[in-house]
Ligand binder design. Structure first.
Ligand SMILES: *Cc1c(COP(=O)(O)O)cnc(C)c1O
Length: 422
């Protein structure tokens, strides 16, 4: 019996997070034994050039020696204390210095937890119950946010999930990404009742969909007009588009920001932060309850701080962008050479090739992609030793560890793969 077959006896679907199971592309997942730099290695020692990057966190590559050392050094001092540490102050100061709108921050253990807590805070601050999210945006798997969600929830065609009582989602309103009129309409219909609008400033869980020119600015404006908290979910875009995330990149300050993925350097970390006025409402300063036994965990904090220090090096993002440009230009060229007019969305080190002609600027566009063709593309790339997300509605991530040789091989494999399948 294979590891995966046996895993299925003991773990639902054989995986601890659904999209890992290759459900939408077919076949059995690669069982990873180790990873280093730009590569992952399976149980049989087969090497792959990896663009999943643990779904985003590994922006400096796998098993980054600086991060590994920081984690080992921290472990020697103890793995958890349940008491405040200087490392938590250090990382909090670092986050506040990097992310423009964040004046105070609280650490949690996942992106999901960050979103749950941030929304509670926004509701308490505004004394309103309703929230607005965008169709196709993913904000973790908590009950009230599993409405028209992206990522795995899209892949599995379950806009919502059984086990979520309708009563729990009745305060969640859904708008259309890149459509400010859909927001204005909801705000007019629910005047004075909306606590917050949450958005992935670049949507990266319905594939990658960029904000249209002026869309985020408009959003900021309507939030100000209506006293609504603007929440940027920067779990993917944070520390990815720039050191200060999408808010630095687009120069728009949200009121609350959620972070995850990269911020933990591969360990389980999430965070949410914002204006002090809002953050001070959190317990024990204020009455909004939020807690976590392992929040600010010393190993995770050490990994995260080391990561953030590395990202603060001069030219980190410039160098990363150069790698990404070489790869993404090469992929775009391949499509052109093959006479394909597929939508190819890209920004900095994030990209997504849709198997749909023309452009993808909305959730409705993204839904027109040919997911069966994506599955073929995925396997053609895998056969050539390259791992990309095993689902269409995810991003391709480039890391600083990808070498020129990796990129050259990938562009070649991409050409051959497309040629084989279309
Ligand atoms: C991954 C993700 C989350 C959830 O983070 P977890 O750490 O998986 O709980 C939330 N929001 C966005 C935008 C994400 O990509």
């Amino acid at each position: 019996m294979t590891i995966f077959e046996e895993s299925k006896k003991y773990i639902p679907g054989g995986v601890n997070s659904p999209v890992r199971a290759f459900g939408s592309v077919g076949g059995d997942p690669v069982i990873v034994k180790s990873a280093k730099g730009s590569k992952v290695y399976d149980e049989n020692g087969k090497e792959y050039i990896d663009y999943v990057c643990s779904w985003g966190p590994m922006i400096t590559g796998h098993a980054d020696p600086d991060i590994i050392k920081a984690v080992k050094d921290a472990a020697d001092l103890g793995t958890s204390f349940g008491a405040p540490t200087k490392a938590e102050l250090d990382i909090a100061k670092k986050i506040c210095s990097m992310v423009p709108s964040v004046e105070m921050v609280r650490l949690v253990s996942s992106g999901t937890e960050a979103l749950m807590s941030a929304i509670r805070l926004a509701r308490a601050y505004t004394e309103r119950d309703k929230i607005i999210k965008f169709e196709g945006c993913y904000h973790g798997h908590s009950d009230s946010l599993l409405v028209k969600a992206g990522s795995g929830a899209l892949t599995f065609n379950q806009p919502s999930s059984p086990g979520v009582p309708a009563d729990f989602t009745k305060h969640t309103l859904v708008a259309q990404y890149n459509d400010i009129e859909s927001i204005k309409k909801l705000l007019a219909e629910n005047k004075g009742e909306v606590a917050c609008i949450l958005i992935e400033p670049v949507a990266a869980n319905m594939g990658v969909v960029l904000p249209a020119a002026g869309f985020l600015e408009d959003l900021r404006r309507v939030c100000d007009d209506e006293g609504v908290v603007l929440l940027f979910d920067e779990v993917i875009t944070g520390f990815r588009l720039a050191a200060g995330g999408a808010q630095e990149y687009f120069n728009i300050k949200p009121d609350i920001t959620t972070m995850g993925k990269i911020i933990g350097g591969g360990l389980p970390v999430g965070a949410f932060g914002g204006k002090s006025e809002i953050m001070k409402m959190l317990s024990p300063d204020g009455a909004v309850y939020q807690a976590g036994t392992l929040s600010g965990n010393p190993l995770a904090t050490a990994a995260g701080l080391t990561m953030l220090n590395k990202l603060s090096q001069p030219d980190f993002y410039k160098n990363l962008r150069q790698k990404a440009d070489t790869l993404f230009d090469g992929m775009a060229d391949n499509c052109k050479k093959l006479g394909l007019d597929y939508a190819y969305n890209r920004i900095e080190s994030l990209s997504c090739l849709f198997f749909k002609d023309g452009t993808v600027t909305s959730f409705a566009d993204a839904m027109k992609t040919d997911t069966k063709l994506y599955a073929k593309y995925f396997h053609a790339m895998l056969d050539r030793g390259i791992t990309i997300a095993p689902a269409q509605f995810e991003a391709m991530f480039v890391s600083a560890a990808h070498t020129d040789e990796d990129i050259e091989k990938t562009v070649k494999a991409h050409y051959e793969s497309l040629k084989e399948i279309v």
